[in-house]
Design a protein around this ligand. Structure first.
Ligand code: SAM
Ligand code: SF4
Length: 317
């Protein structure tokens, strides 16, 4: 479907849970979040109905996310049903990777084509600090399993945090030489108050091109990242700059939260509820949401927080 600003909206980010086995400082509060009662989250049937409604309006790509999608009990069934929904050509997942040793092969069989794995450091102590509870070796084991499961593409998401991992840019980028993976550096977005970082933690993606002098531009793949490559690397380096160079004009996505709210824009408070609706009413809500997608998120900057009204784990990243 074409939105009010001429953009073709064909990509749904589907959050299946707000819960997570980690507590990344930039994403959620230390005490995690209260588990919502079942009646307040989409059932599997509603989730698939929503995907079908979205597909009827031209959504063809779905990224399953969270919270951590792999802590969701019926995740394989959701993946399988999403992948076999008429009109859906591609289903991918973003995960912290911790549970990939258990799930990677089954996810591939369920129809997941690509996997993005998130970790922000190659230092065990720093990983434990940023995730509050995690172990780097578990995430790296997840990477191994993602690579051997035979996904079409594996990407690593790194949130750039000044004073935390800017000294690791060469090492993290070097993963594209060691493995057939893309590494994507993402600018830190101020999503919620009290996330433990002051505004100096934000650094622009241009820091990566400043540090890695031998990067050469690579062909654009239609996504939101600007792509580069290190000489001799197997994968690309992607730069995702929601703050220094927002990509609103090319935004093709909408989001559905685990509690059943369509978010036309990550950084806007506007939401359209589909919980409890019939298929026809869900389709109408998707149509309204797409038509109300704002032209851009002008308020977000390194100094002023997102107006999303939710922490990232409650949206889906
Ligand atoms: N748990 C999964 C994971 O971590 O990959 C999926 C959900 S997570 C919310 C999706 C993505 O959002 C991750 O790559 C994470 O690093 C990113 N993210 C979370 N909070 C962010 C923030 N404040 N700024 C930039 N990226 C953020
Ligand atoms: Fe969990 Fe992902 Fe948020 Fe980290 S970024 S707390 S792994 S949802």
């Amino acid at each position: 479907m074409i939105d009010g600003f001429g953009r073709k909206i064909n990509y749904l980010r589907l959050s299946v849970t707000e819960l997570c086995d980690l507590r990344c400082r930039y994403c959620m509060p230390e005490d995690g979040i209260c588990k919502k009662p079942h009646k307040d989250v989409l059932t599997e049937e509603e989730t698939i109905m929503a995907v079908t409604a979205a597909a009827s309006l031209g959504i063809s790509k779905v990224r399953i996310t969270g919270g951590e999608p792999l802590v969701k009990k019926n995740i394989l069934s959701i993946c399988e049903k999403t992948a076999s929904t008429q009109g859906i050509d591609e289903v991918c997942m973003t995960t912290n990777g911790i549970l990939l040793p258990k799930f990677a092969a089954d996810l591939k069989n369920a129809g997941i084509r690509r996997v993005n794995l998130s970790f922000d450091t190659l230092d065990e102590k720093k990983y434990a600090y940023i995730t509050r509870t995690g172990q780097l070796k578990a995430a790296l084991r997840g990477l191994d399993h993602a690579l051997s499961a035979g996904f079409e593409k594996v990407k690593i998401n790194v949130v750039l945090i000044g004073g935390f991992n800017d000294d690791e840019i060469p090492a993290l980028a070097g993963l594209t030489r060691k493995y057939p993976v893309d590494v994507r550096f993402i600018e830190l977005m101020p999503m919620y108050e009290g996330n433990g970082f002051d505004t100096s933690a934000y650094i622009p993606c241009s820091t990566v091109t400043d540090v890695l002098e031998d990067l050469v531009p690579a062909a654009h793949d239609g996504g939101v990242a600007r792509l580069y490559k290190l000489p001799g690397a197997m994968g690309n380096i992607g730069l995702i700059s929601p703050i220094s160079d927002h990509f609103c004009a090319a935004c093709n996505r909408i989001r559905l939260t685990a509690d059943g709210h369509i978010k036309p824009c990550l950084h806007s408070r506007d939401e359209f509820c589909v919980k409890g609706l019939s298929y026809e009413d869900m389709t109408e809500q998707f149509r309204r949401a797409i038509m109300s997608k704002p032209e851009m998120h002008c308020e977000l900057s390194s100094q002023s927080a997102s107006r999303a009204g939710r922490s990232m784990n409650k949206i889906g990243g």
